[in-house]
Design a protein. Structure first.
Length: 331
């Protein structure tokens, strides 16, 4: 696949507008160094040197889309708390709109990771999961009704916190069908799923499970190319999606589109330091590619290059447009 055509596709990212729907998370990183073990318990003592708050969960998909040159909005839930205010500030820093954010009584989800000498020592989460209240859900539906037609593609980023529920997905599918009927526009729907919620994603353009999730969803052990093809076909049959893109870590990616054979896409990663958020990068780049009129295979190749860059970084990272263009030029 010619690097020039893929680079030209990246230049079209600037003309796209993507909507991300999903679980909002603030990722907190506490960086430090360990030089001794605590005398109180056999645990390392971390001398904290700096702290960082980042857009996480579905918001990390948005962060990657903006970093790659696209425009993006987010529909999700934040709390009426200090971390909710921090999240708004993080959105403002990337010039992303916040009118799709619904304030709820539940706290803003916060994942805190303590990292020393480049290694994660511990992670602790503060969150409240489960379906949103009827009032919160109604406000999310209202936003989608008013705004969905403004976008070129939709990403559903499911972190199993409760935002992506059957009621919301049913409403989304109805709106997508109405847009197609009234305007002839078919908005690509890209889903980064959790296996337990699979049925609600029926009719998606493409679904992006990792190797483990694909095995759980299909009920098959993926051990070779034959079982990989069978698993991908089983997933596609279950939810009637157009494509299945299975991310496979060091083995790269595998794309099944329609009834074709699986297209194997070798990994582009030079070194793997941290896979945190790599799935978000894949979903973001795939959405941008499809919104920019790339084929599914071209979009998957772009996503593979972007993922190869992000796993070489520590923490919840994003990929810039310049980094992706450089990687494409290098082959």
């Amino acid at each position: 696949m010619a690097a020039e055509s893929l680079q030209e596709a990246v230049s079209r990212f600037a003309d796209t507008r993507i909507l991300v729907i999903g679980d909002v998370i603030v990722d907190q990183f506490i960086w430090g160094a360990v030089s001794r073990i605590s005398p109180e318990a056999p645990v390392p003592v971390v001398n904290v040197t700096r702290e960082e708050l980042l857009l996480g969960g579905s918001a990390n998909v948005l962060r990657n889309i903006v970093s790659l040159g696209g425009s993006c909005a987010l529909c999700g839930i934040i709390g009426d708390d200090s971390m909710g205010q921090e999240f708004r500030s993080l959105m403002a820093a990337v010039d992303a709109p916040v009118n799709g954010l619904v304030q709820s009584r539940r706290p803003t989800t916060l994942k805190t990771r303590v990292v020393a000498q480049g290694q994660q020592v511990v992670r602790y989460d503060r969150e409240e999961t489960g379906p949103p209240s009827a009032k919160t859900l109604s406000r999310m539906r209202d936003y989608l009704t008013e705004s969905l037609a403004e976008f070129d593609a939709v990403v559903v980023s499911d972190y199993a916190k409760g935002v992506i529920n059957s009621d919301l997905m049913t409403h989304l599918h109805k709106l997508l069908a109405a847009i197609r009927s009234e305007t002839g526009r078919l908005l690509p729907l890209i889903v980064d799923p959790k296996p337990a919620n699979l049925r609600r994603f029926s009719g998606a353009t493409v679904i992006t499970p990792n190797n483990h999730e694909a095995s759980v969803i299909s009920g098959m052990d993926i051990v070779d190319d034959e079982s990989l093809l069978e698993a991908a076909r089983a997933i596609r049959q279950k939810i009637h999606c157009d494509g299945v893109l299975i991310t496979r870590g060091e083995a790269g990616m595998a794309l099944l589109e329609g009834d074709e054979q699986v297209v194997a896409i070798p990994t582009m990663a030079k070194e793997v330091f941290d896979v945190t958020g790599a799935g978000d990068t894949v979903a973001a780049t795939l959405a941008l590619g499809l919104a920019a009129d790339c084929t599914m295979t071209q979009s998957a190749v772009l996503a593979n290059h972007a993922a190869g860059i992000v796993v070489g970084k520590v923490g919840t990272a994003s990929v810039s447009r310049e980094e992706l263009l450089s990687a494409l030029a290098a082959g």
